[in-house]
Design a protein around this ligand. Structure first.
Ligand code: UD1
Ligand code: CA
Length: 451
């Protein structure tokens, strides 16, 4: 049997008024990624899988995010928000190029899994015209109710249009639907707007399918997978569900989380073997942590690569562009940004290392600061291998410290220091002996003098 082709239409045109935010709803993050990104990642991908996203007018940022994640996806603008069926038909041009399966999914349900899409497509291969994803809601208020005749789905009734008896039903419409792609256009074109809100409801597809003498089936899932996000409180609930999943997946993969409920991960965090994460660590997007690394408490890490057996924190902040080599050590109250620290580098206390490269096995003393910003632009600091930077030194970029160089504590380094040289450069006030307005020495260290 050949694999069935698919078109997934993601509805993301909603204004998201209840978020009370200037950011389009589907761009709000859960586990470090926009809601929409989670949905796009779960949607079928690969050969024979097309994707169309329906967005609101003036939502260029949403279109940009779609194209960043799935460059081949098409976007369609729904100019007036006349309901979910109307939104699907904004993608009519994509639907007309028929696929075997047409999936419709909402952009604000980030917890949906790829496996559920696969389960929903299975009945279509068996001849059903429509699969609806259902769940038992703890509180069904607001959801469309699934009206069953025994095992058969006969209709979906929106809450606003439901009778008192129908409102007692807890089996609800999750919003995800899968259509047989060949009959989908005929079904969608029959949906009208004769309901209390005057909207074109996608849910009316069920009754139409029945009227056509075709089969509509329900696939059930857990409420946690289909939580829709309309408010900031629901965003926080989805975050909690997602974090619980990510922690469990990390532990299943062998990561030691001492107090998992206090550790925040991102959806794209990757781990090697035997990684330990102590309590109260926050990991943002774009982080990979290699075998044997330890992240100590109260560290905050975003877009950083952490090498094997490296040690981070406690109280470290690794900002975007940080790369730690194997066995590197970042201690307390150290901040790094756009910094490549090679294997065995130690920055153990109270330092800022930004826009910098530090060669293998260099030791950066307590309180060292790379002065990367002169008030106008950023400059780079390059430190060679095996260098020693004494405590409380300021390295005024752009500046290069050579391999094996030695910087005396309290130095303010404004000029390059050659390989194996010793530099002690202090402001006159800080030098008690002498006191003259000059103090700069660059000596060649004993044995390493070149002949
Ligand atoms: C919808 C379902 C309801 C289901 C619930 C599950 C319909 C009519 N109702 O209700 O049965 O129980 O989801 O969460 O389908 N959208 C557009 N354009 C529009 C209208 C909506 O793009 O004109 C998008 C929204 O951005 C959102 C999705 O469609 O992503 C669902 O719309 P929403 O208004 O949230 O539907 P619900 O009232 O939650
Ligand atoms: Ca909704």
């Amino acid at each position: 049997m050949t694999a069935r082709s698919s078109l997934t239409v993601v509805l993301a045109a909603g204004e998201g008024t209840r978020m009370r935010s200037s950011l389009p709803k589907v761009l709000h993050p859960v586990a470090g990624q926009p809601l929409l990104a989670h949905v796009l990642q779960a949607a079928p991908a690969g050969a024979g899988a097309r994707l169309a996203v329906v967005i609101g007018p003036d939502h260029k940022a949403v279109a940009d995010e779609v194209h960043r994640l799935r460059p081949a996806a098409e976007t369609f603008v729904q100019r007036e928000r006349l309901g979910t069926a109307h939104a699907v038909l904004a993608a009519r041009a994509a639907i007309a190029r028929s696929a075997d399966d047409l999936l419709v999914v909402f952009g604000d349900t980030p917890l949906i899994s790829a496996e559920t899409f696969a389960r929903m497509r299975a009945p279509l291969a068996q001849g059903a015209a429509l699969t609806v994803l259902g769940f038992h809601a703890a509180d069904p208020t607001g959801y469309g109710r699934l009206l069953m005749d025994g095992n058969r789905l006969v209709a979906i009734r929106e809450h606003a249009d439901a009778s008192a008896d129908e409102r007692k039903i807890t089996l609800c419409n999750a919003g995800v639907m899968a259509f047989d792609g060949r009959v989908a256009p005929k079904i969608l074109d029959q949906i009208g707007n004769a309901n209390s809100k005057g909207e074109y409801y996608l849910v009316d597809a069920v009754a139409i399918v029945r009227k056509m003498g075709l089969e509509a089936v329900v696939i059930e899932t857990k409420e946690d997978e289909v939580r829709g996000i309309n408010t900031k409180a629901q965003l926080a609930e989805a975050e909690a569900v997602m974090q619980a999943r990510l922690r469990k997946a990390a532990m299943d993969a062998g990561v030691t989380l001492i107090a998992p409920e206090t550790v925040y991960l991102a959806a794209d965090t990757t781990f090697g073997k035997d990684v330990t994460i102590e309590p109260f660590v926050v990991i943002g997007p774009g982080v990979s942590i290699a075998d044997g690394a330890v992240i100590h408490s109260f560290s905050h890490i975003v877009q950083a690569t952490i090498g094997k057996n490296a040690s981070v924190g406690p109280y470290a902040r690794l900002r975007p562009g940080t790369s730690l080599g194997d066995g590197a050590r970042i201690g307390n109250f150290v901040e790094t940004k756009a910094a490549i620290l090679e294997a065995g580098v130690k920055v153990n206390h109270l330092s800022y290392i930004g826009d910098a490269e530090v060669g293998a096995n260099s030791n950066i003393g307590a309180g060292t600061i790379t002065c990367n910003y002169d008030g106008f632009s950023k400059h780079k600091t390059t430190i060679g291998k095996g260098a020693f930077v004494g405590t409380n030194s300021s390295l005024v970029a752009p500046v290069t410290i050579g391999n094996g160089a030695y910087i005396g504590s309290g130095s303010v380094i404004t000029r390059d220091v050659p390989d194996d040289a010793m530099a002690v450069e202090r402001s006159p006030q800080s030098v008690r002996e002498g006191g003259a307005v000059r103090y700069r020495e660059i000596k060649t260290r004993g044995k390493k003098t070149k002949d």
